[in-house]
Design a protein around this ligand. Structure first.
Ligand code: CU
Length: 201
């Protein structure tokens, strides 16, 4: 291939890859679900091993505000809980992680779950608590600690105020992209350099 063509192809590829890299960063999960907040009551429903059939479930709340959290399990024949994480960063949550001191637990943990906790569409177990949100712009993550449920997407977060920054459970941009963009840039520059040398001969 002629160096000139190689350079052009490289530059076009670089442009396309850069666009894709930017798109992948912006494509972080963006599941805003503000409709569940009414009269300071937040209803979170366990169904299909998800919260409100959304993963991650994002709920916008105000700072330093008292909310009533209603957790309802309509997942037929399956036990679930809702752990509001106030003790640790979301990156520390793994599948099956137990609640820690300071967290809010609604529903059973796997060790003490009873048949009363088994989900039902017609007669669901309901767990209620009140919660005063932090008086700062922050994300508060939540998840279900039954084995396999976190991995199935049973997690979400409260967006308290206007925290900005990286959202919990969002993927960082794939590092592979940066590598490909870098290599393409090198190929383009090499092509251009060869081209330049030929012209100056
Ligand atoms: Cu669950």
């Amino acid at each position: 291939m002629k160096p000139k063509n190689l350079a052009y192809i490289g530059l076009i590829a670089l442009f396309v890859l850069s666009s894709l890299a930017i798109a992948s960063v912006n494509a972080a999960p963006e599941a805003e679900n503000t409709t569940v907040v009414a009269n300071k009551t937040i209803i979170i429903v366990a169904q299909n091993t998800k919260f409100n059939n959304t993963s991650p479930l994002a709920i916008k709340v105000e700072k330093n505000t008292n909310y009533t959290i209603v957790f309802k399990n309509i997942d037929e024949g399956v036990q679930h809980n809702l752990i509001i994480v106030l003790s640790r960063d979301w990156t520390e949550i793994k599948d099956g992680s137990d609640p820690q001191a300071g967290d809010i637990l609604l529903g059973p943990v796997p060790d003490n779950a009873t048949t009363n906790d088994t989900g039902s569409a017609s007669n669901p177990p309901v767990y209620i608590t009140s919660w005063v949100t932090p008086n700062e712009d922050t994300y508060v993550p939540f998840y279900c600690s039954f084995f396999g449920h976190f991995n199935a997407g049973m997690y979400g977060y409260f967006e308290v105020g206007e925290p900005g920054g990286r959202k919990p459970f969002s993927k960082a941009a794939a590092p592979g992209f940066e590598l490909i963009v870098g290599l393409t840039a090198i190929i383009s520059l090499t092509g251009l350099t060869v081209l330049k040398k030929r012209r100056t001969k």
